[in-house]
Write a new protein. Structure first.
Length: 319
């Protein structure tokens, strides 16, 4: 678990961890230089917890990704579960994951659905996969490269639902992320190496939606003007390209198949080309769109012709 200024909900989350039908062997927490009462609450919880608590504190703010990397390095169990600071685990979450790992010894990770709750803990009558329009019905009959392509196209693995076999954890370091969160990095990385993920369709976490969370399923930030949006989009695409290149290089060195490595490099180049659209002229932009369409990259990595149409519309109305 990584925490930062989470005093409002941390106690409820911690209680749900120690009240599992199958309790964790340890809880590893990295507090990322909180300025509220979070660290004090964690210290007090450690004194009375029936479960061993490893508590680490960053002297300066290192960010959520680095904090999770530090936490993962300090885990000792065979299976590692990732936890947010503001959710509530259902009591059979750990046992459900462990049973699935036992029945699928070649799997690398497991992720599940979750139930959305409001800031005050009320059921929003919505689950994560419905809210994010993720259709994973055929996930476990997909080929390895089909699963990898799904993970590249959109984030379907959310950290609060994720568990991994710890025997693979040292392969993941460092988390060389610019844009990816730890869950995206881990799921793409392990899948590219052939350590595929399994899904648990049951909602096993109450996923709290509030305006202070790092990521959520329904909460949105303030609207940006066109120039701000274009600057952000160009930067975001460049960072995505960097992250795909980083994963491709690391898994290539670890012996990933040529097809998986090439798919990651293609995803990097696709995002690099789309990043140019926000800064180039109209003619150059249409040339990029034509090439990406002709080469089938919009179909492979985007929403086919709708992505191309979106880019053309952006070019016409912003140039």
């Amino acid at each position: 678990m990584a925490t930062h200024n989470g005093e409002a909900f941390i106690r409820e989350q911690l209680n749900s961890l120690i009240n599992q039908t199958e309790c964790p062997d340890e809880i590893v927490i990295v507090d990322d230089a909180s300025t509220d009462k979070t660290y004090k609450l964690l210290t007090n919880f450690k004194k009375t917890s029936p479960v061993t608590i490893q508590l680490h504190r960053n002297k300066t703010n290192k960010g959520v990704i680095k904090s999770f990397e530090i936490a993962l390095k300090n885990c000792h169990g065979d299976i590692v579960f990732f936890s947010d600071q503001d959710d509530i685990w259902h009591e059979k979450k750990i046992s459900c994951h462990l049973k699935k790992f036992e029945s699928h010894p070649d799997s690398g990770f497991i992720f599940s659905n979750s139930r959305l709750i409001s800031e005050d803990g009320k059921d929003m009558q919505l689950n994560l996969w419905t809210a994010t329009s993720n259709d994973l019905e055929d996930w476990e009959i997909m080929t390895e490269i089909e699963q990898l392509l799904i993970l590249i196209r959109q984030n379907v693995v959310y950290g609060h639902t994720l568990s991994i076999r710890s025997c693979y954890k040292n392969l993941l370091f460092p988390f060389s992320c610019n844009t990816f969160t730890h869950d995206i990095w881990i799921s793409i990385f392990l899948t590219a190496l052939g350590h595929n993920g399994l899904i648990e369709k049951t909602s096993l976490v109450d996923y709290r939606q509030h305006h202070n969370q790092v990521a959520g399923a329904t909460v949105r930030g303030k609207q940006k003007n066109v120039n701000e949006t274009n600057q952000y989009s160009a930067m975001h695409r460049r960072r995505l390209s960097f992250d795909y290149h980083a994963i491709a290089r690391q898994v290539e060195d670890l012996g990933a198949t040529d097809s998986n490595v090439q798919l990651l490099y293609d995803a990097a180049n696709y995002n690099a080309e789309r990043s140019k659209l926000y800064e180039c002229g109209l003619l150059a932009g249409f040339q990029i769109i034509f090439i990406l369409t002709f080469n089938g990259k919009y179909r492979l990595f985007g929403n086919s012709y709708l992505s191309a149409l979106k880019d053309m519309t952006m070019l016409i109305f912003t140039k």
